[in-house]
Design a protein around this ligand. Structure first.
Ligand SMILES: [Zn+2]
Length: 88
């Protein structure tokens, strides 16, 4: 039996990225068939690592963008408040 042939049934049962993501954040019960599969499947574990690396980068970018938006929003609110106070 070749390695590729042995790997095939595993790959055919690999869960989707969404399920891998759930597993990654601990939302998949350990007894769930997909969780059992992921813990034993080198391909899924590699894919999970890639997803996690991607998520960290994505999260950092979103947080940076949100921080930028929040500061802009605060500035706008302060300027509006100042204008309102000057108007009275
Ligand atoms: Zn797998």
């Amino acid at each position: 039996m070749t390695d590729a042939f042995k790997a095939q049934p595993f790959a055919a049962r690999c869960p989707s990225d969404e399920v891998l993501g759930l597993y990654g954040v601990g939302e998949l019960p350990p007894c769930h068939p997909a969780a059992v599969h992921i813990s034993a499947c080198p391909m899924c574990r590699r894919r999970l690592r890639q997803l996690e690396e991607g998520l960290v980068l994505w999260r950092e970018r979103i947080l940076a963008e949100c921080a930028g938006i929040a500061i802009e929003q605060i500035k706008l609110n302060v300027h509006r408040k100042l204008r309102e106070e000057q108007a009275c």
